[in-house]
Ligand binder design. Structure first.
Ligand SMILES: Cc1cc2nc3c(=O)[nH]c(=O)nc-3n(C[C@H](O)[C@H](O)[C@H](O)COP(=O)(O)O)c2cc1C
Length: 266
């Protein structure tokens, strides 16, 4: 066959495609476990970060094991779900909110009128991460939160003190908002501005809010308010809504009330 023949050109092109596809699929299969491990490590890093337990150079897995106790709660009752009830879908070792939310057993639809986080479906149970001090006393709780921004669903954590109302940390670990606009949710200064804010007032009304513009530091409500991100009103509104959704009766409300020793009707 001549080197210039159409048949040979096609055969060589097909051969190259075949070898390349084998290489790409082998790499994808081989790298999957490593990607999963890295994803898990990144999640743990962000949990530690929300709990103010992360700094460069630490051994993430060992600090996570030492400091964090991961459990699953039933959102409706606020009770811990015993490990004997875990199954292939609901499991603290691989807690995947999307998979859980879309399962028949552990997921549910959110009525449109209540779906301020824009997520349509949600898990009936959520992972929560408890940070304990050296004497085994609870220091804080780290709660997963997520909801729609402008371009993407933002996934993150909010850490609360054991009074269940003072914010101790706030971070997103995954989103697709625009760098410099909605992406300013990752700005350390902004994340830090959440620390010390109050979720509830004395009467246990949900008060925390991300406002448009800057907080009037001298005002009565400043302790409940966080500055909005400039040029990113839609992301700001999304963050406000998702935080308020997850801290309301539809989210962690019953759990928070229970730990505050109150009735679950707030
Ligand atoms: C390329 C591009 C990317 C944008 N990314 C975001 C974003 O990530 N989050 C956001 O809220 N607004 C984003 N905006 C701006 C919104 O369209 C909208 O104008 C803005 O939320 C209004 O905010 P402001 O009232 O603070 O100006 C983007 C606009 C453009 C043109």
């Amino acid at each position: 066959m001549s080197n210039d023949s159409t048949k040979k050109t096609l055969l060589v092109a097909l051969g190259v495609c075949f070898v390349a596809s084998i290489l790409v699929s082998t790499a994808a299969v081989e790298l999957k476990p490593i990607q999963e491990l890295n994803k898990e490590l990144d999640l743990r890093k962000n949990i530690l970060s929300a709990g103010d337990l992360y700094h460069d150079g630490i051994d993430i897995n060992s600090i996570f094991k030492e400091k964090i106790s991961a459990q699953i709660i039933d959102l409706a009752t606020g009770e811990f779900i015993p490990e004997s009830d875990y199954d292939d879908v609901l499991n603290i070792e691989k807690f995947d909110v999307e998979e859980i939310a879309s399962s028949d057993k552990w997921g549910k639809d959110i009525p449109t009128s209540e779906d301020i986080a824009g997520i349509k479906i949600m898990p009936k149970a959520m992972a929560i991460y408890t940070v304990k001090d050296d004497s085994n006393n609870v220091e804080k709780y780290i709660l997963p939160i997520y909801g729609k921004g402008l371009w993407s669903t933002l996934y993150g954590f909010i850490a609360l003190a054991k009074d269940m109302t003072t914010v101790k940390g706030f971070t997103f670990y995954q989103h697709g908002e625009t760098p410099g606009l909605g992406g300013e949710v990752d700005n350390p200064k902004w994340k830090n501005s959440w620390v010390g804010k109050q979720i509830f007032d004395q009467a246990s009304n949900l008060k925390i809010e991300v406002i448009k513009g800057a907080v009037d530091r001298g005002s009565e409500s400043a302790k409940y308010q966080i500055d909005g991100l400039s040029g990113a009103t839609i992301t700001t509104r999304g963050v406000n809504n998702l935080v308020r959704f997850w801290l309301s009766g539809n989210g962690y409300g019953p759990f928070l009330s229970k730990l505050k020793g109150e009735s679950n009707d707030k």
